[in-house]
Design a protein around this ligand. Structure first.
Ligand code: TXE
Length: 480
């Protein structure tokens, strides 16, 4: 059984306590590896190593750090297929998706911030002939990065790349549910010339390892992606310690479909925005709001397309949906489908666990599920399900569409389908969301601010927002 180790001070090592956690393959439900069951002692060792490594890493300068990150990007890309196989095995997602999205985006994250840091501007403010001010943006030392299981390497690197590029060292914890690709990447760090202690990966449980990172007095900033409830817990611990926080949390994203949209383009994309990665993306559109005149046509065409989606072996090219990430998560999603029916929802397709045969018989598969006949205030339309489940709601006016769209405690992403340019601007402005896609979904420019409002998080990642998060701004004012 493979043992997935911590990376601390440049060395791959087990947890100091010697414990191990089971790692499952969602496709089969079987345990395939053992994970270092770390605790606060491992975090302390990582933080000390990071602080020791910080001066030299920072002194390496932007060019030197950029070169090291570009080498790491190249090494991951050179083994793209291996990383994609690992990601699919660990998360249950289709191999084709890991190969097309997850791993190329992890490479892009490193390349983007390795070059962005070379062009990261600072400002100057001249006070006529009195004084000149300049803004000095410096790394703060050691950053804590905690990431989730849905896009494991993609979201792990989305945090550590800007942190490292900015000159900080990192103590990072990937999800214990999907640690494999972070472990694989840690075996490449020495070859990439990332000095010992610059990147430390401490594996294990959130309440033990994640909590120790959050509370550590020598980690002044935490970047977190995960559930809203966990984000609130991290904020509760970090607030009295005055730590900088970046919180990317849950979503309950609306898709607004107006009757004047490009129907085929909308339909094709809405199937993707509903069920990509088994619906386990915080950006998926889980509430589909359709103008009433188009509702019946959309519902029938959408259900036909969803019924044709193939749930199966993540390794098979033809598979559209693989397994959901864990048994607990499968049971959570199935419980929400039960709840929806109890709230009066009508299941138009899906609604049950998919039982495969052979080696996959014990895997965690759920049929893509479409539910109608639920109002905006029921739990099904208020709470994040984070699985292959969407609801349909009709609307009569633009005002009603916006009222429905904004009717949840979340505000992460939203999608608008219309051909009316004026409506596009009106609706985009009125939506309570950090991201509005119009006639598209998941088009990503890494320079753009990424994040949500309300219970979807605090702060923004991406581009200069990320580099500003991972530096402290100092104003220097010099009398002329
Ligand atoms: O997230 P958690 P999980 C949502 C989704 C999902 C729910 C829970 O609804 O069902 O969150 O998913 C670490 N202190 N999203 O369990 O628990 C944990 O070990 C510090 C949306 O994955 O938030 C993991 O590394 N860290 C999200 C990370 O936090 C703690 C993507 C995320 O775990 C901790 C994933 C603690 N007390 C889930 N407890 C998105 N926005 O994309 C746990 N962790």
């Amino acid at each position: 059984m493979e043992q997935l180790l911590n990376l601390i001070d440049g060395e791959l090592r087990p947890a100091m306590g010697g414990g191990w956690l089971d790692v499952h393959a969602p496709a089969t439900g079987a345990v395939y590896a053992q994970l270092a069951d770390s605790d606060a002692r491992d975090v302390d060792m990582a933080v000390e190593a990071a602080h020791r490594a910080f001066p030299a890493w920072n002194a390496l300068g932007r060019e030197g750090r950029s070169a090291a990150l570009l080498r790491l990007a190249h090494l991951i890309e050179a083994d793209l297929d291996g990383f994609a196989q690992d990601e699919s095995r660990d998360n249950g997602k289709p191999l084709a998706l890991a190969r097309r999205v997850d791993i190329p985006r992890a490479v892009a994250n490193f390349r983007f911030f390795a070059t962005a840091i070379l062009h990261f501007p600072s400002e100057a403010h001249l006070m006529d002939d009195i004084a000149v001010n300049y803004t000095d943006r410096q790394p703060f030392g050691v950053a804590g990065c905690i990431s989730p299981w849905n896009l494991p390497l993609y979201l792990f690197t989305w945090k550590i790349a800007p942190a490292l590029a900015a000159g900080n060292c990192v103590v990072a914890k990937p999800s214990e549910v999907t640690p494999l690709t972070a472990y694989r990447m840690s075996t490449l760090c020495k070859v990439a010339g990332i000095p010992p202690g610059v990147l430390n990966i401490v594996h294990g449980l959130g309440p033990k390892v994640g909590a120790a990172i959050t509370a550590h007095p020598r980690i002044p900033a935490i970047s977190f992606t995960g559930g809203t409830r966990t984000g609130a817990e991290i904020a509760r611990v970090a607030a009295p310690l005055f730590k900088k926080l970046s919180l990317e949390l849950g979503g309950k994203n609306p898709v607004l479909v107006f009757a004047d949209c490009d129907f085929d383009d909308m339909l094709n994309t809405t199937v993707r925005s509903s069920f990509t990665n088994q619906g386990q993306i915080c950006l998926c559109g889980s509430r589909i709001l359709v103008e009433r005149s188009l509702y019946a046509r959309f519902r029938d065409a959408f259900v036909d397309r969803v019924r044709a989606l193939r749930v199966g072996d993540p390794g098979a090219e033809a598979t559209d949906l693989g397994a959901v990430v864990s048994k607990d998560h499968m049971e959570k999603v199935l419980a929400y489908i039960e709840l929806a029916q109890g709230e009066g929802g009508r299941v138009l397709c899906g609604g049950q666990r998919v039982q495969l045969d052979g080696a996959l018989a014990n895997g965690w598969y759920i049929a893509p599920t479409v539910i109608e006949n639920l109002g905006p205030q029921c739990r099904t339309n208020q709470e994040e399900i984070f699985g292959p489940v969407v609801t349909l709601q009709p609307f009569d006016t633009e005002e009603e569409a916006l009222s429905l769209a904004n009717a949840t405690p979340y505000g992460l992403a939203s999608v608008v389908w219309t051909s009316d340019v004026k409506r596009t601007h009106r609706v985009a402005r009125a939506l309570q969301a950090g991201i509005v896609w119009v006639n598209c979904w998941m088009l990503r420019d890494l320079r753009t601010p990424f994040g949500g409002v309300k219970q979807s998080g605090v702060g923004r990642e991406g581009g200069v927002d990320a580099l500003r998060f991972f530096t402290e701004a100092k104003n220097v004012c010099i009398k002329l």
